[in-house]
Each structure stands twice: as C-alpha cells, then as structure tokens.
Design a protein around this ligand. Structure first.
Ligand SMILES: [Zn+2]
Length: 311
C-alpha cells in the first residue's frame, strides 16, 4: 500500500504570486495516474483494514490519500475532485487553530512569503528585529548585511532560515504578529486558510475520515510526556465534540520525520485507542508495518510521483 501525503492544492491566485502549492490540474492528473497504475483504497477497505490488518492482502498495491493541516484548499478543490471520482481520503487537522482563531506560525510564514516574497519582507523584519531575539550562536550571521539589495529568492531563503532556526522560539510569534499587521491580518489569514467547523462536518458526511494532526502542531519529540498526551487527547476531544463519535481514530505527526516523535508517543497513541498514525517516509506500507508499528506508518510526499511537483 502506498500512502500519499498532500498539503496545499490550489489554483493559481494573482494575490499570491510567490505561493508554493500543487496545481489542481496536476493533482487531477496525478489521481488519474494512480487510478491507472495502482487503484485506490476505499472507505470500506480502510475500515476493514482498521478492523483486521490481514485485510492488507486485498489492498496491497493500492493508494491511500491523506491531506494535512485542514486547509480550505481541501474543501474547495480536493473534495469536489474526490467526489467526482468516487474516491476516499483521510484529512488531518490541527485542532488548536479553532480555539485561538489564528493560523499556526508555520502557515503564517507560508502566507507572508506567498503574498509578498522575501524581498519585501526582510526590510520589515529588520525594522523590528533586535539582536537579543536571535539565538546567540547565530548573531554574527545576521549583522551588517544589506537585505534590500538581495534578490527575492535569496531573501526568501534568509527569511525561512531566520524564522525556522535563528529566532529564539519565544519571539517568533510576536515577530509574526507584527509582520502580519503590516501585510495582512490574522483574521483574513485564518479564514482564508483553514476549513471551518461546518466544512469539517461536511467532509465526514461525504464519507471521508477526519483525523488528528495534534492540537498545536509542535514537534512531539521536543515535548514532555504530559504535553504530548495533552496534545493528542485535547485534539481528539475537539474532533469528537464537533463530529460526534469517530468511526476510527487516526493521527498524523506534525512535520512527520522519524525524529519528530518518540517511543512514548507511539505507546500513548495505542493506549489512547488510535488505530493508525502516519509519519513521512518514502516507502510502501507492508503488513509488518501495520502489525509492528501501527503508530508509525510511512507516507510518501506527493511530489515523489508523476505530476506531484509544486509550482
Ligand atoms: Zn502539518
């Protein structure tokens, strides 16, 4: 079984000249390619598999579709294409955004970069950035440079490095708050980016499965055991309150590499009654994976297959 992972799937928007996403047209081509080559895991197949992993033999070569982060893209563009073709998919949502009504920082970074590109962002960053906000070992790399003279790609790279690695974690949200005020607004980003609660309910009504992508989208291996359990528990509580009793509990790890969770995470998920959890790893799922590591199932990025590259 091949499990595929998707993030942004959308049509080109003039407003976001720099945004990276999978074009809907290519998404459709990829679906057609998978249909021809492998076929898809249906809702009934997936439920059978959850009941008994031996069912795997019947869907050994097929493709399971999964979509991360609860983007509105998935409602606007993905769902109609799935329904048109009678296909099933799993959608993973970070539930904390519905309480804080503000996009996750990682998505605010994508949004700002998509909107303006790094060329316009970096000068603004330097208006508000103070040396004390940087990890001390990185300060030298960020003093005395003239960012306005860099091309857009270089500035974009700088912006990403700065926010992903160099800025102390406790200042990141504040800095993004300030940048969002200059270029957009949190309300606009939140409403434009994620499915609303009603749309999540519609997904389930249409035969899809909505699973947890944690509450706050933190790297689990950096959290303590108490925090990890709360991230999982709170997130499923939210989903059950919204969607009613879940037919099956599934989970996918934020960021998703093998280093992003621990043996405790896997144990807790199993004890909590989660049937399967997904990470990111380029390989097919085997029966042994399902039997031995049900909380660490591999997923391919869609860009590893024909038509899956981002624009
Ligand atoms: Zn994610």
């Amino acid at each position: 079984m091949k499990t595929l992972m998707y993030h942004y799937v959308r049509k080109s928007q003039k407003k976001f000249p720099f945004f990276r996403y999978l074009e809907v047209e290519n998404f459709c081509k990829q679906l057609e390619y998978f249909q021809k080559e492998f076929g898809f895991v249906s809702f009934d197949d997936f439920m059978e598999l959850c009941e008994n992993v031996k069912y795997f033999e019947k869907i050994r070569g097929k493709v399971l579709l999964t979509f991360d982060d609860g983007f509105k893209d998935h409602y606007d563009f993905v769902l109609p294409e799935l329904l048109k073709r009678g296909l099933f998919a799993c959608f993973f949502v970070s539930t904390g955004v519905y309480e804080r009504h503000k996009a996750l920082d990682v998505h605010r970074i994508h949004h700002l970069l998509g909107l303006t590109g790094g060329g316009e962002l970096m000068p603004q960053v330097y208006k508000i950035l103070d040396k004390s906000m940087l990890e001390s070992q990185e300060i030298d790399k960020f003093t005395g440079k003239i960012y306005t003279q860099q091309d857009n790609d270089t500035s974009t790279l700088e912006f990403k490095k700065l926010f992903n690695y160099f800025i102390k974690y406790e200042f990141r949200e504040y800095l993004l708050d300030e940048l969002v005020k200059v270029f957009s607004s949190d309300e606009e980003i939140f409403n434009g980016l994620y499915m609303n609660e009603e749309e999540l309910c519609t997904l389930v009504d249409e035969g899809m499965i909505v699973g947890s992508h944690s509450k706050s989208h933190f790297v689990f291996s950096k959290l303590g055991e108490k925090e990890q359990s709360l991230e999982i528990k709170d997130s499923f509580d939210f989903l059950e309150k919204l969607l009613g009793r879940l037919k099956v509990k599934i989970f996918c790890y934020p960021y998703g590499g093998f280093h992003t969770f621990t043996a405790f995470t896997e144990r807790f998920l199993s004890e909590f009654g989660v049937t399967f959890s997904f990470n990111v790893q380029s390989k097919d799922t085997s029966l042994l994976d399902l039997q031995n590591r049900p909380q660490a199932l591999p997923r391919y990025d869609c860009n590893e297959f024909a038509f899956g590259k981002s624009n």
